[in-house]
Design a protein around this ligand. Sequence first.
Ligand SMILES: [Zn+2]
Length: 118
Amino acid sequence: MNMFRDLTPQDEAEFREWPRDPNNFNPATDTINPVWHPVIQEECSAMRLGYLEHEALRSTFFRDHTMAPFTKVTNSHQSTTKCTKCGMDVHCNVLPLPNEIEIGGEAVALNCVPEEDR
Ligand SMILES: [Zn+2]
């Protein structure tokens, strides 16, 4: 049973635009409400993942890593990347389980040690 209405392409464009208004959703602070239409939740999830990736890159930058572009992991709410100099990784997860975290990996915790310096 689908509890949400089917969307026309015009509706979907409007639903994807709605969370882009800062008055409706802030990816840094707001949670994704499960009663929102799945298209809105999907857009909020993408915005949140972008925010987490930005925060992760800021951390790795201060540890002298040079991160490759993020790639999605099996679904749209997780992504990962590795340092091109040392191979340490970072993972971002918009929907972490209770025993998981949103941003994790060696590259946010340890300074870069390039292969040639080991
Ligand atoms: Zn590195």
